[in-house]
Design a protein around this ligand. Structure first.
Ligand code: NAD
Length: 542
C-alpha cells in the first residue's frame, strides 16, 4: 500500500482556443464536424460497462436543421433502470474503497483526453447536437468540463485535510465516507460540462451514479461517457441510461438505496423529484441528499451613471449568447429614462448586425433553440407581447421552424414592471426591459428584488462605485451570482463558484468544495488510549 500524502495543486483554468481560420484547431474541428455529419451513430445504454440495446428507440436531430439525424438512441425501460441501480450498487463496493488519489487520477486523465485527443469530438458533438457556435461549445464542452474535473481533484485534497483536533488521551479522525447507496444524476440539455460534473462530483467523492441525460444533449453526453471509460472509470461507477425522465425517475426514486439526487434543470422537474422523495421518505435507508440547480429570471439593473455602450453590449451578449438558453442568461432589465435613448439605439444597432443561422457558418452569433417545444414556447411569449397594450417589440419578434428552430433575438419594452415576460422564465432569446424614472431608483430596486421567485444571477451597471455597492446590498438575496459592471453569464470554475438561491436551487455552488462536501457522510472516529476503569468520578470517592 502506497501511503504517501498527495497534494493536488491548484490548477490553471483551461485556455480557450481561438479557432481562427487555418489554425490547427479549426482544421481538426472542421474535419470532425464532417465526420459526425456524415456518420450517424447508435447510442446504446451503458450499464455496468456493457452496451445495452432495447426495443424502444428515438432519434437525435440537429436543432438548426431538424431533418438531419445525428444518432439513433435506445431508451431505458423499467428493467434497465433497475439493472443500472444494481450495477451502481455493485461498483460502489470497490469504488468507495479505492484510494481517492486513484479516483482523482482517473478524473484528471479524462480532463487530459478532452483537452487533447477528444477536443474536436466534444466540440463538434456539442455544436451539432445542441446548436452551439464554436466559442460557446469550446467554453462549455471543453474548458468548463476540464476545469470541473481538475478543480474537483484539488478541492478533494483540501476536504480530506479537514481533520478534528486530538486532545489528551485520545486520537480523533474524520473519515469522509461516500454516501451509502447510489446517486441519481439528472442532467439538462444546455451544458455538456454540467452533465459531466453532475456525475463526476459525486464520483470523485467515492459514489456511483445512475445517470439520466437530457435527450436533446445525447450526442455529446454519449461521447463524454465513452471518454470516462477510456480514462479508466471502472464498470458500473456511472451508468448511462437515456430515456423518458418520468419513467426513469419513478424507478430510481422507488429504490431504498437512493442516497442522493444531483440535478440541474427546470424548477418544475426538481420540485416534482423533491415531492416524490418526500412522499417515500420512510422507505429510504438514509435521507437522500437533494442538490438541484434550477431556473432563473436574471436581471441587469442599470444605474443612471452607467456607460450606455457597456450596458448594451453586455445586455446583448448576456441575453442572447447560446440563444438565451444559459441558466444565467439575462432576461429582464431595468434602465433609467435618462440613459434609455442611448442604450436603445445601441441595442438596435447590435441587433441589426448580429446574424443567425447554422453553427457551421462561423459568422453566426445566434443559432437555433433546442427543439420545437422551446421554439413554440418562445413564440408564445413573443405573440403575447405583440398583442399586449403595455408592451412593444423593438428588435426581433419573428421565428421560423421550417428548417431549424430559429427564434430572432427579441427585445420587448414594457411599461408594466410585472409584465408576464418580466416574471416568468422563458429560456430562450427574449429580453424584456422596463424603463424607470431616474428619481424612482429605490422603488425600482425593490421591484427588481421582488418581481420573480428566482435568485440565480444578476448584474448592476454603475460608474458610481458607492451606488453599485448600495445596489449590491439591496439585492443581497436576488442573486447567488452577482456582477458589478459585467454580464451575469460566463461564471468560471474556481473563480466564480456557481449557484442561486430562492427558487433557483439549493445553491451548493457547482465547481467548489461546497458541492463536493454534499457527497460525503463524514464519520468521526475517536480512539481512547487509556479507557476508564472506574465508574465513579473522583469527587464521588472523597
Ligand atoms: P428539464 O427540467 O426539462 O430537464 C432536465 C432533466 O430532467 C432532463 O434530463 C429531463 O429529461 C429530466 N426529467 C424531466 N422530467 C423528469 C422526471 N419526472 N424525473 C426525472 N427526470 C426528469 O430542464 P432542461 O430543459 O433540460 O433545462 C433547462 C432548465 O435548466 C432551465 O430552467 C434552466 O434555468 C435550468 N438550468 C439551471 C442551471 C443552474 O445552474 N441553475 C444550469 C443549467 C440549466
Amino acid at each position: 500500500m502506497n501511503n504517501a500524502i498527495y497534494n493536488f495543486p491548484l490548477p490553471d483554468n483551461e485556455l480557450v482556443l481561438g479557432y481562427k481560420k487555418d489554425s490547427p484547431e479549426r482544421e481538426q474541428l472542421e474535419k470532425e464536424i464532417q465526420r459526425q455529419l456524415l456518420n450517424p451513430i447508435e447510442i446504446p445504454l451503458i450499464i455496468g460497462g456493457v452496451e445495452v440495446r432495447t426495443a424502444q428507440t428515438g432519434q437525435v436531430r440537429m436543432p438548426h436543421q431538424h431533418s438531419h439525424i445525428l444518432a439513433t438512441y435506445f431508451k431505458a425501460g423499467e428493467k434497465e433502470v433497475q439493472m443500472a441501480i444494481d450495477a451502481a450498487m455493485v461498483a460502489h463496493r470497490v469504488w468507495s474503497d479505492l484510494s481517492w488519489t486513484v479516483r482523482a487520477s482517473i478524473l484528471l486523465k479524462a480532463a487530459e483526453l478532452i483537452s487533447g485527443k477528444y477536443r474536436a469530438v466534444m466540440n463538434a458533438a456539442t455544436m451539432l447536437g445542441q446548436s452551439k457556435n464554436i466559442f460557446q461549445a469550446e467554453i462549455d464542452s471543453v474548458c468548463e468540463t476540464i476545469d470541473f474535473l481538475k478543480f474537483n481533484a484539488y478541492f478533494i485534497s483540501q476536504i480530506y485535510e479537514m481533520q478534528p483536533r486530538s486532545a489528551y488521551n485520545q486520537l480523533n479522525k474524520m473519515e469522509f465516507r461516500p454516501l451509502e447507496g447510489f446517486v441519481f444524476t439528472v442532467s439538462p440539455f444546455n451544458f455538456t460540462s454540467i452533465a459531466s460534473n453532475l456525475n463526476m462530483a459525486p464520483v470523485m467523492m467515492g459514489n456511483t451514479t445512475v445517470w439520466k441525460p437530457a435527450t436533446t444533449a445525447l450526442l455529446s453526453n454519449y461521447y463524454l461517457m465513452k471518454i470516462f471509460q477510456e480514462a479508466g472509470l471502472p464498470d458500473g461507477v456511472i451508468n448511462f441510461i437515456p430515456g423518458s425522465g418520468a419513467l426513469i425517475g419513478k424507478v430510481a426514486l422507488a429504490s431504498p438505496d437512493l442516497a442522493g439526487i444531483h440535478f440541474t434543470g427546470s424548477n418544475a422537474t426538481f420540485n416534482h423529484l423533491w415531492k416524490q422523495v418526500a412522499l417515500q421518505l420512510p422507505h429510504y435507508k438514509s435521507y437522500p441528499r437533494l442538490i438541484g440547480e434550477t431556473g432563473g429570471k436574471n436581471f441587469i439593473f442599470v444605474h443612471p451613471t452607467a456607460d450606455a455602450k457597456e450596458v448594451a453590449v453586455n445586455a446583448y451578449r448576456g441575453a442572447f449568447e447560446y440563444q438565451g438558453q444559459k441558466c444565467s442568461a439575462v432576461s429582464r432589465m431595468y434602465v433609467p429614462l435618462s440613459l434609455w435613448p442611448e442604450v436603445k439605439s445601441e441595442l438596435i444597432r447590435i441587433s441589426s448586425d448580429a446574424s443567425m443561422g447554422n453553427v457551421t457558418d462561423t459568422g453566426n452569433f445566434i443559432n437555433a433553440v433546442i427543439d420545437e417545444g422551446s421554439f413554440d414556447n418562445c413564440m408564445s411569449y413573443i405573440s403575447y407581447a405583440i398583442t399586449s397594450d403595455d408592451a412593444e417589440i423593438i428588435a426581433g419578434g419573428h421565428g421560423d421552424k421550417s428548417i431549424g428552430y430559429f427564434v430572432e433575438p427579441t427585445i420587448i419594452v414594457t411599461t408594466n414592471p410585472k409584465f408576464k415576460s418580466m416574471e416568468e422564465e422563458i429560456f430562450g432569446p427574449v429580453l424584456t426591459l422596463y424603463v424607470y424614472d431616474d428619481d424612482k431608483l429605490q422603488e425600482t430596486i425593490e421591484l427588481c428584488n421582488t418581481t420573480s421567485p428566482y435568485g440565480l444571477t444578476g448584474a448592476v451597471f454603475s460608474r458610481d462605485r458607492v451606488a453599485a455597492s448600495y445596489m449590491c446590498e439591496q439585492l443581497r438575496y436576488a442573486a447567488g451570482n452577482f456582477y458589478i459592471n459585467d454580464k451575469p453569464t460566463g461564471a468560471i470554475v474556481g473563480l466564480q463558484p456557481f449557484g442561486g438561491s430562492r427558487a433557483s436551487g439549493t445553491n451548493d455552488k457547482a465547481g467548489g468544495e461546497f458541492n463536493l462536501i454534499r457527497w460525503v457522510s463524514p464519520r468521526t472516529i475517536k480512539e481512547t488510549f487509556q479507557p476508564a476503569t472506574e465508574y465513579r468520578y473522583g469527587y464521588m470517592m472523597e
